[in-house]
Design a protein around this ligand. Sequence first.
Ligand code: MCN
Length: 793
Amino acid sequence: MGIETIEADELDVESVLGSAVERREDPSLITGEAEYTDDIQRPNMAHMSVLRSQYGHATINGVDTSDAEKMDGVIGVYTADDLDVPGEVPTGWLLDSLKTPAHPLLAGETARYQGDGIAVAVAEERYIASDAVDAIDVDYDRRDAVTDPKEAVNEGSPVVHDDLDDNTAFDWEIGDADETDAAFDEAAHTAEIDLTNQRLIPNAMEPRATVAEYKPGTEELEVHMTSQNPHLHRQLMSGVLDVPEHKLHIVAPNVGGGFGNKIGHYPDEALASWCAKETERPVKWTATRSESYLTGTHGRDHVTHGELAMDEEGTITGMRVKTYAGMGAYLSTFAPAVPTYLYGTLLSGQYDIPAIHCNVVGAFTNSAPVDAYRGAGRPEALYAVERMITLGAREMGMDPAEFRRQNFVPEDDFPHQTPVAVEYDSGDYEPALDKALEAVGYDDLRERQEELREEGRYLGIGFSSYIEACGLAPSELAGQLGAQAGLWESGLVRVHPTGKVTAFCGTSGHGQGHETTYAQIVSDELGIPYDDIEIVEGDTDEIPQGMGTYGSRSAAVGGSALATSSQKVVEKAKKIAAHQLEASEDDIEFENGEFAVAGAPERSMHIQDVAAQSYLAHDMPDGIEPGLEETSFYDPDNFVFPFGTHIAVVEVDPDTGEIEFENYVAVDDVGPQINPKIVEGQVHGGVAQGIGQALYEGAEYDDNAQLVTGSMQDYTVPKAEHIPTMETDSTVTPSPHNPLGVKGVGEAGTIAAPQAVVNAVTDALQPFDIDHIDMPLTNEAVWRAVNDAPDAG
Ligand code: MCN
């Protein structure tokens, strides 16, 4: 089933790019050999535990640590008063109207969400540290709390930050309000929807963890941590702890999944590092699963009203969107960018919409901070768009596939400028839709749907024609939009005297298979066998610089940095080869690693032999330095825009609310695929996460801001049995913005799937006149919708 893999020894340099070679990282990962942060042991290592607020909102009158301090094995107990560093966790993205209340490492006077850190204990053993935390006595005054983003900005709601007037974190808009209002004034038809994009809790297999070690002799702080972006963490932590960057060494060993949850700078890793310096002992902290639920950044949390305007023929003329986006109690690192620039700019979807206006109000709430979660803003946008499109088709009485086709950006209109700032660089949407229609056997399916309805059975077909913007870069644009960092990527390609290669990239994979795909890229560019190439990521001392792995940027930006460095290596090697072959550089041809004199192929030299000569350096061309390694900082001109159509086919039992998948087809266009097996795996995983949101997952806080879905017992993460067998296919429209033509795939499935499923379920329930059910579509939610429906009888 699926794409067949090939083994590395079957690869040759002619076809290495695009081959489904098996992932080279898997043997160590699946045999337990791979080292994760929590596996790290250091002599004399101590352990840290964090006391977390038990209340969602409370005044802290005092913290009594005396009992904890007296316990055997306790090395130190620290509160906000003990910290002697700037200690303010910064946000990494600014907006014009953004309020940036302080986010201290430890809460001093006010706890603003359940899980807010109040004190830490460092002890000889993990369980002693945990017991010490239990022995700390906090004098709290509980306060009213608010967790719903729309309610939070109402007058009279409890205010999360006393130094702010209200809970509005920002009020942001994009698009032209007047033009959009005019489109609605003139519309022949409109469709509208109220929807919630529920708060989600990311569930990486490995919880966050840190091992920090301070070396007093050199004043260096070495921090191993579960990071998606070690250099970015170094930059942020340097400010928080007042340690210069060159004295801060961050390493991300194997990281067991991130999904966006390990991008942000949290207090805990900095606290463990501070404790290591304070106690002059290596300090380990590993979050429990419950701590992960309480304090790891959550995703989504939108309340949205959306409207679509159409003319007589069903051509879309306008879209209006108002969204309230929960930020949680503090601004996490990328939080302000997620519901704004990663959301509003994608509202045009695959459609040619002349006027769009979107207003987003960000709200502080008494809940865990919200940040990027696989897709980050784009799943929220495409869910809103594709639900509106489905209702637009329904309003027009048109087939949902044909309504989409009629409104697609036409193939000859690329690059396409949308009314929400972004320019789609390339695209061709109909072939993906057609492939998906063919794969599900659409015409027959509609007939079968009719027949089954006669029998009282409810089949539904749900479309998601999605687009996404990823390959997060370019720096200039990011800077204009408020990013506090560049979004380029660095790649260093070092050809050793033996002709073997070590390539270093500033991205930091944590499950995506970079060691495999990057080696494929470098092998293809240099013509050096795949097995001779090693990839290194995740270490700030080894890699020149880096921005990390998120926003499906690694292939497009990191891969391009490595490709560019490899090309520079070939350029230099060509000069050396020409000199060795006593030919003019202009006469040298390069193919599959071999430099040959044009017209005299017997006069040739392999790049691996050139490498040996470059270090031997006895006979170098004038002006050429010895050695063979090159570095690039690659910064593209635009995002890349993958797209596709997913179709879910489900049967719904209206008596029980049960949903059963009959089929799931995913046709994705991510440009040329470096490794089709890895692409397929990313689509599978992404779709599984999207189905999780559609049917099962949802973080719930009660009125006191207590997280009632605080463990896997209460928060349903889908199991293998809940995920349908998927049929995947692709179209290939290369991006003009990078040397490989690639577009990201890491988030595509998660961006595409939720609306495919919800559209399928509401399609099945059309006979009951059900237009919308909020996710997650649990059996109960579906059963209730059917029972409350006008045509329930
Ligand atoms: N690839 C390819 N051909 C393409 C595009 C990509 O072969 N045309 C390959 C890449 O070389 C890479 C993989 O597919 O090996 C994913 O590439 P890309 O889309 O660039 O995404 P990133 O590597 O930057 O990964 C980030 C992305 C995000 S944002 C989330 S969230 C996510 C995801 O990847 N989290 C993951 N996939 C995950 N997979 C695992 N196992 N664990 C996570 O935490």
